[in-house]
Design a protein around this ligand. Structure first.
Ligand code: HEM
Ligand code: HEM
Length: 225
């Protein structure tokens, strides 16, 4: 029987619940979800919104990494980073339908979090590089002022290979193509990871007959008996 549909379960004393996700983790998670949706939808046209939501994501990821060292018990990396062999063993037990229950992230979930944070980092940083190249804005803008010099060379008619890679607006086309590729690949990878993440959450919720989504809202989980 499901925990929500079991009246005895909901009437259990509050002491049977354990605070697993602290306030920071919960605010971090749901703001991240909202901001990733905003960034994704604004990528092709709304540049101001796109860059600000992207910076906000980058800031959240940096804060989460810091929180992984100084945060509460289940937020710390050392509580959910396992060796690849442990992750594989856990995935096998999931496939067999008898995985162990963890209060914090399970080994597969922990690995997924590291992957999500890494890909969010590459998506936002590659976006910032692209913003610097295309718009001359953002933290990497100064690196690309060099392209104006390239443009001057190109315009002077000097035989220079730079001529081929400098766009008529002074944009370094090679760098633009490269970072565009990195940004797009990271976005696709991010979408794939999000899909697997949500699938993992749904499967784990069913296997342990607990609602992991509401735990990410309230912060509490039933204690392990
Ligand atoms: C943009 C999409 C999403 C991203 C980038 C994302 C990212 C993350 C990250 C980084 C964590 C780790 C939390 C921490 O320890 O800091 C996490 C955990 C979690 N997320 Fe998401 N998430 C997304 C969407 C969702 C959605 C749609 C749901 C609900 C279906 C969800 C449910 C959860 C749950 C339940 C956990 C805790 C898992 C556990 O109990 O181990 N996430 N997510
Ligand atoms: C997780 C965060 C982000 C997501 C999900 C995201 C998503 C997207 C999407 C869907 C596009 C359209 C791709 C296309 O036209 O094929 C795009 C383009 C772009 N993004 Fe991001 N982005 C993120 C972060 C950033 C950041 C932080 C910046 C810079 C401050 C940025 C700068 C750009 C630029 C300059 C383009 C235009 C590329 C072009 O010329 O087509 N992005 N992004």
């Amino acid at each position: 029987m499901n925990e929500q549909s079991n009246p005895t379960f909901t009437q259990q004393p509050k002491s049977n619940k354990v605070r697993v996700w602290d306030t920071f983790i919960r605010v971090f998670h749901w703001s991240l979800v909202a901001l990733v949706i905003i960034s994704y939808l604004s990528g092709e046209f709304e540049f101001e919104i796109h860059s600000y939501s992207g910076y906000a994501i980058f800031t959240l990821v940096c804060l989460r990494i810091l929180w992984g060292f100084v945060g509460s018990r289940y937020a710390r990396f050392k509580s959910f980073v396992y060796s690849p062999s442990n992750v594989m063993a856990y995935l096998k037990s999931m496939a067999k339908g008898n995985p162990k229950r963890f209060l914090g992230h399970n080994p597969a979930g922990g690995m997924m979090i590291l992957a999500l944070l890494t890909v969010l980092g590459t998506t936002t940083l590659s976006g910032m590089k692209l913003y610097g190249i295309e718009e001359g804005e953002g933290p990497f803008a100064n690196e690309y002022s060099i392209s104006i010099v390239n443009q001057a060379y190109a315009d002077s008619g000097k035989e220079d290979h730079d001529k081929e890679k400098v766009h008529k607006d002074g944009v370094d086309e090679e760098a633009e193509e490269f970072w565009e590729e990195v940004h797009e690949t990271s976005i696709n990878l991010l979408l794939l990871l999000i899909l697997l993440h949500v699938l993992g959450v749904v499967i784990a919720s069913k296997q342990h007959k607990e609602n992991l989504i509401s735990a990410m809202v309230t912060g509490d989980k039933p204690a392990i008996k």
